[in-house]
Design a protein around this ligand. Structure first.
Ligand code: LIP
Length: 262
């Protein structure tokens, strides 16, 4: 795919940050250096990857705003455009030596995500999408799965940890959903959950307590791959609610009804 200048910058930056993370992966000195809250770790690797991304994106587009997991929010001269970045989504997996984590970079324009890149550096899988240009993984176009029976569908979610309040609701979701489908997975990196829905590896994903930087890039991957992404509850936006549902078109209605009828 011939991407725009912005998409090419995002891909190059994600690759550079991913390379730095691969070097740090499984190196003891790069393990946990702090905690933002119970179960919410930050590593030297997170911080240096965010610095790489911030330096490269700010140099390339100095007027755009910035929201990064580790460095917070900076308003740009251009109030209509901002980067939304998670330098290391799946920090807990990274800390445990589990090769399932990613760099996530999204570009928002006037409140809409217009480009997204999720780089699974450990597996060298670069997922990217731009509004109107489809979703891609490395050189191949990706699409959501064509499965349309709940009994054959698998889903992914994030199970809340530590001080998160949504454990009872998530347990209720699981009790309602599990008897209707072929299984539920919990991998620990929301950006990759969305990338996997986009690639047709599983049918859907939902999570009840999630941050914008975890899901921003994945939202456009799923939409451009032909799937639906909505706020989990009918009112408000995904970012305001911090709750999301994403799915192929074949089982979306049944999946959403199961989670929304409470
Ligand atoms: C993590 C997610 C994970 C989710 C956690 C957490 P981090 O992001 O992607 O799937 O369940 O709540 O937010 O903290 O590793 O960037």
């Amino acid at each position: 795919m011939q991407g725009s200048a912005n998409l090419n910058i995002m891909i190059k930056t994600a690759r550079n940050a991913g390379r730095s993370l691969v070097k740090d992966f499984r190196e003891v000195e790069n393990l946990q250096v702090g905690r933002k809250g119970p179960g919410d770790f930050v590593t030297k690797a997170d911080m240096s990857a965010e610095q790489i991304i911030r330096d490269e994106l700010m140099a390339a587009r100095p007027t755009y705003g910035w929201v990064g997991e580790e460095t917070g929010e900076v308003e740009g001269k251009d109030p209509t455009r901002r980067w939304i970045v998670d330098p290391l989504d799946g920090t807990t997996n990274f800390l445990h030596g589990l090769p399932h984590w990613a760099v996530s970079i999204a570009l928002e324009h006037k409140g809409e995500i217009v480009a997204g890149v999720v780089f699974d550096a450990a597996k060298d899988e670069m997922y990217y999408a731009e509004k109107g240009a489809g979703a891609w993984m490395n050189e191949s176009r990706i699409r959501v799965s064509g499965r349309n029976r709940m009994s054959e569908a698998i889903f992914a979610t994030g199970v809340p940890w530590g001080a998160k309040k949504t454990l009872p609701a998530t347990v209720h979701d699981l009790a309602q959903l599990m008897p209707t489908c072929a299984g539920v997975r919990r991998w620990g990196a929301a950006s990759l959950d969305l990338a996997y829905v986009a690639a047709g590896r599983y049918e859907g994903y939902w999570e009840r307590e999630i941050s914008a930087h975890d899901v921003a890039a994945g939202i456009i991957l799923v939409r451009e791959a032909g799937g639906f992404v909505e706020p989990l509850r009918a009112d408000g936006s995904i970012f305001d609610q911090g709750a999301v549902i994403a799915c192929n078109s074949g089982v979306f209605e049944k999946f959403a009804k199961t989670l929304r009828d409470r």
